[in-house]
Design a protein around this ligand. Structure first.
Ligand code: KIV
Length: 318
């Protein structure tokens, strides 16, 4: 900080936690979630970073893949998560927003959509895959990543995502990556390309643990694993898996609580209390002062209220 500068002048840089934790060799914990109260809880609980992942298509919206997720859906959830983080005890927790299927199919569309998510309060965006717009330049293939270059120039920090990339599942299938030497070398090459294109971190999803570890050793930027073993610089878990909402646990996830049962029990208790008229109890209700009610009761019993009001059917003539 400049001499004499007050804390109010300090520029907050929420993404710096990715670099500082990698340098300190302290694993980073990130959670993918999509609503304000969950974001607030995650920040209050001390999580390092939040991803508004397009997995919200499966977890919150009931789709069976991330492919139907649109920019409008992402924008709606990013704005909610931003509000949740801001209302927490740690309003500077970094928020990374997923770019949904097709939203970065061209550089122009990618920049426009990334800018939209950043203007809603995300600190960075995440894109799947490493090769965006490779081009033939003077008879050779330019291996750079034009999309990432332009996003960087625009001021949009980007998190990469390789391995199993759900948006390409119709092309790749649902397969664990990095089982052969050729595949492993390709993943390492993709990770290097993302780093070279300016990504501040790279998600490694559903790949063999040895390959993820090797990539982590070779990169200067942090790797965040999901289904990639514990040799990564950090981990990301989807909220619904972490708190056990779906009731089934994927191999690559861990339910740290089984809240589906807690929610189910609460809802059954509520149904029973309503049926048995246990809820709402007096504590949940407001009462008139007894003398006011006595007068009101007498008047209504004498028919005064009915006579004073026009009780005719307002829709009678229609
Ligand atoms: O959408 C998501 O939640 C993700 C994580 C699984 C990395 O992309």
């Amino acid at each position: 900080m400049e001499e004499g500068a007050s804390p109010a002048h300090r520029v907050m840089f929420p993404l710096s936690v990715f670099k500082t934790k990698k340098e300190a060799k302290i694993p980073l914990a990130m959670v993918a979630l999509s609503d304000a109260p969950s974001a607030q809880i995650a920040c209050d609980a001390g999580l390092d970073a939040i991803l508004v992942g397009d997995s919200l298509g499966n977890t919150a919206l009931g789709f069976d893949s991330t492919i139907p997720v649109t920019m409008d859906m992402m924008a709606h959830h990013v704005a909610a998560v931003v509000r949740g983080v801001k209302s927490s005890s740690r309003p500077d927790v970094p928020i990374v927003a997923d770019m949904p299927f097709g939203s970065y199919a061209t550089v122009e569309r990618g920049v426009e959509n990334a800018v939209r998510l950043m203007q809603l309060g995300a600190h960075a965006v995440k894109v799947e895959g490493a090769e965006h717009q490779e081009r033939l330049v003077d008879d050779y293939i330019w291996k750079g990543n034009l999309l990432l270059e332009v996003l960087r120039q625009t001021g949009v920090p980007v998190m990469g995502h390789i391995g199993f990339t759900p948006q390409s599942q119709m092309v790749l299938g649902r397969v664990v990556q990095g089982k052969t030497v050729a595949d492993a070398s390709n993943l390492l090459e993709q990770a290097r390309l993302l780093q070279q294109s300016g990504c501040f971190a790279v998600v490694l999803e559903a790949m063999t643990a040895q390959v993820a570890h090797k990539i982590t050793e070779k990169l200067l930027v942090p790797t965040i694993g999901i289904g990639a073993g514990n040799g990564c610089d950090g981990q990301v878990l989807v909220w619904h898996d972490l708190v056990g909402i779906s009731g089934k646990t994927l191999k690559m996830a861990k339910a740290y609580a089984h809240t589906r049962q807690i929610w189910t029990d609460a809802l059954r208790d509520y149904q029973r209390d309503v049926e048995e008229k246990v809820f709402p109890a007096e504590d949940n209700s407001w009462l008139m002062a007894p003398e006011e009610f006595r007068t009101f009761d007498e008047l209504t019993e004498r028919g005064w209220v009915e006579d004073d009001f026009d009780n005719s059917d307002p829709f009678a003539d229609e």
